[in-house]
Design a protein around this ligand. Sequence first.
Ligand code: DCP
Ligand code: MG
Length: 585
Amino acid sequence: MWKVFSYLKAYRVAIGVALFLTLTELGVELLQPLIMAKIIDDGILKSDLSVIKYWGAVMFGLALVAFAAGIANSFFSAHVSQNYGFDIRRRVFEKVQSFSFVNFNKFPASSLITRMTNDVTQLQNTVFMSLRIMLRAPLLLAGGVTMSLIVNWKLALVLVVLLPILLFFLKWVLQTAGSMFRDVQDRLDGVNRVMRENLMGMRLIKAFLRRDFEKNRFEQASSELKEKTVSSLRLIEVSIPVLLFVMNIGILFILWFGSRQVSMGSVEVGEVVAIVNYSFRISSVLTIISFIIMAFSRAKASAQRIGEVLDTEIDLVESPDTDSSLTINKGAVEFKNVSFHYPESDVPVLRNLSFSVKPGETLAILGSTGSGKTSLFQLVPRLYDVTEGEVLVDGKNVMNYPIEKLRKGIGVVPQEAVLFTGSITENIGWGKEDATSDEIISAAVDAQIHETVEKLPNQYDTRVGQRGVNLSGGQKQRLSIARALVRKPKILMLDDSTSALDLKTEGKLLKALRTYSCTTFIITQKISTAMEADHILLLDDGAVEAWGTHEELLNTSPLYVKIVQSQFGEEDFQHVKGFKQTSST
Ligand code: DCP
Ligand code: MG
């Protein structure tokens, strides 16, 4: 957690200036009563106009100094706190970018968003407030006690005894409130989660008429946040009357003890009045301190939450025997006895897979839902690492490639098309940093989306809404294929990315893909697509059920035959069988 505050170090000069300016303001504040006394005693009471004029001018000058110091202090405080917030946001963002999937599973997106926004704001506010008033409160406190001791140490002993107890109490409040505010921030995550899911699933919610249900869900999360916040604030609010009550008892005691001393002649009345005066000032400072404590409790909770993100250990890193010169040249892929389970569960997802694909070949992967197809894909660009066995690319273990170079050579089209807010050009060009417009258009042509784009009102400049709301499922799929093609990858991986395409468009797409000299993995549910591939891998519950060409599988795999029959019907099945066999001879 302290690490989060340590980023303030970069601004030590500005912080020094801001604190110096606070001291200037404080100095003027402390001097003013003295000057006032001077004007009254030597000027007004003695009817000396020159004294009044002189000290009046000094007071005015000091007021100007305090005014300027206050404004300059605000300027520096804002500069420091805003830059500090900017730094933290950037660091958290960069850290999150380096997260592995396993890291991501630990922090829900909604929580990361709250941490990067609300938590950073809490820290910023506290830093700003600290620079504005933090020094004043303790200094006024120390000043008040010192002055009291000078005036009459016997009476001031009451304060010397009381204050440590009160400060101890405040420390307890800080700690307790800190953990309560931690809860508050976690509830805020909850509210953001419901809100995020709602906004993203708006269409579904309307179609399913689940508005009331979602409204209740939101209200529950929202009221939990309210309850937690109220009880945390209550603790702080209660602490102020407690402080004032104790202080008031102390003041009563000073009055009682003082009056006895006065009657015995050992203390002056003025001294009692002065000390009571200082005590009242100290009481008001304590109130300010409890506000500061509230801010600090919140900041502490927020700093913890940000610290958790920054301190997360990235578990998927370059292996020690990385060969920095390795890049994917040809695109051969081999799985050797690969087994895999997700780090957060023990259930095996892939079991002892072995197969190999030569450069330029196409492999179709079939298998029922949940059989491990997407999981298999993720092992090649090292989005996850194998549990056992090896994945080899061009004969080298993927672990030996620098992660960046490995992923650069692979074009992935995820199962669910993800698009970003921006133009079509930007979305396709996102796949390759320096893509030219020719490259973008040619990728779009091959992905069979060019004609559709040409018909749009602004063609390639058409804005894609958030997550591609203004596009059809098939259009989104083809755009994300174009985004992968523009990379000219050595290995292209399509995760059921043609599911929303009609057979004719899909045929054209597959034909265009053949002109790319890349190894292609296609996850598909359609036999018509699989038939065209060099190899078919039929997965069943994470294990290889069958491997071979369409013809081979027709003869060796009853499960494959069943799938073919279910998709084509008995009559067409015979036709497919015959057609493929004659066409391939
Ligand atoms: N699984 C998991 N944790 C994840 C992702 C998946 O435990 N983060 C489990 C769910 C499945 C199994 O792994 O039981 C295989 O999931 P896949 O996504 O690999 O399955 P498919 O891609 O084959 O299924 P679909 O055709 O539905 O996409
Ligand atoms: Mg899948």
